[in-house]
Design a protein around this ligand. Structure first.
Ligand SMILES: Cc1cc2nc3c(=O)[nH]c(=O)nc-3n(C[C@H](O)[C@H](O)[C@H](O)COP(=O)(O)OP(=O)(O)OC[C@H]3O[C@@H](n4cnc5c(N)ncnc54)[C@H](O)[C@@H]3O)c2cc1C
Length: 421
């Protein structure tokens, strides 16, 4: 008996449904057209907006320096030019992966030759505050507008407590400080960002808060949030019973992939949708963006990875579309050099590659201790260069790209920078 063959290429005049009308879904749709796909292309999104960009929500839009309209990635005109039949304001409620049938909340059933799943992620809520809508998170335009209105409504010196010193929490803290708020950041870990960037660099980035008059408390447990019990709108209650008064509480404690609608779909879900190296979750069903957990051969290890960064979501959208067109039997693996940035206190933090918490770290330029912390650090794992992190050193950071692509050793990377100094 011969083994079952994976399906061949998607017909260029066939049909595709993209679920999720944000960065990864849009990039997939754009790539399909750029690669010559002329068939029917439907994009479904549960937000009532044209696809828009999220990074400015914790930065320029929250600060009030950009109007919300500036975040639009593709307006009606652009979508129509691409021949995308967009069903915005509609939630996909079910997928049958075998028949590639997507059921929408109004009962419409869309059937296609290929499906792109790009439904992203939503903020994890703080235990006990799930029902407290006023406890802010920042994921959508509405979240951002609500938070900005609350800050402006509280007036000068608005007291903000941010729970979580990850990238989003830190950006919100920095933006609020720029708006003149009195800001406290609470972090459960002893060192912010240590699981992503290690103790050394995580500590330096955490110190940025202190240098900008933001109180950072690490190793604290948040029990919950009380409303209107002390003359303040909120009190954030800590594990030891202390209660911190606040006008505004923002929670940034990570995200949860939007996979519930895939229950019973035939796709495997475990903190994201499990995909192969070419981003297939099933024959003719690919995933992209924050919800995708794909099998990545990186630094000689086969890992199952989910990355929640803009550049990766964008590249993955394009790669997923190319995979779908090529067919499961012929598609190549998705092998990015991940890139991520974060803007805080007028500094740009950039991460290239995939650092690990236990990687060897060498600071090759600048200093971690300076108040404005401009530096470049390189990361090594088992003798190989794994990542580079820079604060306001964009040119130096990008010089590591070819080294990461070619699989350079850690020593080569350090030597290169030292020679260039
Ligand atoms: C405030 C903020 C700041 C950020 N800043 C940075 C930064 O500085 N640098 C960086 O690298 N990254 C940043 N990111 C991360 C980056 O924006 C994300 O990685 C990116 O948005 C992921 O895109 P996505 O398309 O996978 O998912 P999403 O953007 O989450 O989009 C998924 C879409 O699918 C919709 N959806 C969900 N379920 C359904 C359903 N059942 N039916 C239909 N539609 C559905 C969602 O509502 C959403 O519109 C930031 C994110 C946020 C929230």
């Amino acid at each position: 008996m011969s083994a079952a063959r994976a399906p061949g290429p998607l017909p260029v005049d066939g049909s595709v449904v993209v679920v999720g009308a944000s960065l990864a879904g849009l990039r997939a749709a754009q790539e399909l057209r750029e690669s010559g796909f002329t068939g029917s292309l439907v994009m479904v999104g549960d937000e009532g907006h044209y696809p828009y960009d999220r990074p400015p929500l914790s930065k320029q839009v929250l600060a009030g320096t950009w109007p919300p309209e500036r975040t639009v990635l593709a307006d009606r005109h652009r979508l129509e030019k691409l021949g995308i039949d967009h069903r915005l304001g509609h939630r996909a409620e079910a997928l049958d992966a075998a028949s590639r049938r997507v059921t929408l909340d109004d009962g419409t059933v869309l059937e296609a030759d290929g499906v792109v799943v790009a439904t992203g992620a939503r903020p994890r809520r703080l235990r006990g505050t799930e029902m407290l809508e006023e406890v802010a998170v920042v994921r959508t335009l509405e979240d951002c507008e609500r938070l900005r209105a609350a800050i402006l409504g509280a007036g000068p010196g608005c007291r903000v407590v941010v729970v979580g010193a990850g990238f989003i929490g830190s950006e919100v803290a920095a933006t609020c400080r720029g708006l003149g708020c009195v800001v406290t950041v609470l972090e459960a870990l002893p060192t912010p960002l240590a699981p992503a960037l290690g103790e050394l660099v995580g500590g330096a980035l955490g110190a940025l808060h202190l240098h900008h008059d933001v109180e950072l408390r690490t190793g604290v447990e948040v029990e919950g949030v009380r409303t209107r019990s002390s003359g303040w709108p909120y009190e954030v209650v800590l594990g030891d019973g202390e209660a911190l008064p606040a006008d505004v509480v923002v929670v940034g404690v990570g995200v949860v992939p939007n996979t519930e609608w895939l229950e019973g779909s035939g796709l495997e879900v475990a903190d994201g949708v499990l995909c192969d190296a070419a981003l297939f979750a099933a024959d003719s069903v690919v995933c992209a963006g924050d919800l995708c957990r794909w099998s990545w051969r990186h630094l000689d290890d086969e890992q199952s990875v989910r990355i929640e960064h803009w550049e990766v979501a964008s590249q993955m959208g394009s790669a997923a579309a190319r995979s779908l067109l090529a067919g499961r039997g012929d598609a190549g693996g998705f092998d990015p050099v991940p890139y991520f940035w974060s803007d805080q206190y007028g500094l740009r933090i950039q991460v290239l590659g995939h650092p690990g918490p236990d990687d060897e770290v060498a600071v090759v330029d600048g200093s971690l201790d300076a108040p404005d912390a401009r530096f470049v650090a390189v990361y090594g794992r088992r003798g190989r260069l794994s990542a580079a992190v820079a604060v306001s050193r964009p040119r130096q950071l990008m010089s590591f790209r070819p080294l990461l692509v070619s699989g350079a050793t850690f020593d080569e990377a350090v030597a290169l920078l030292e020679a260039g100094r």
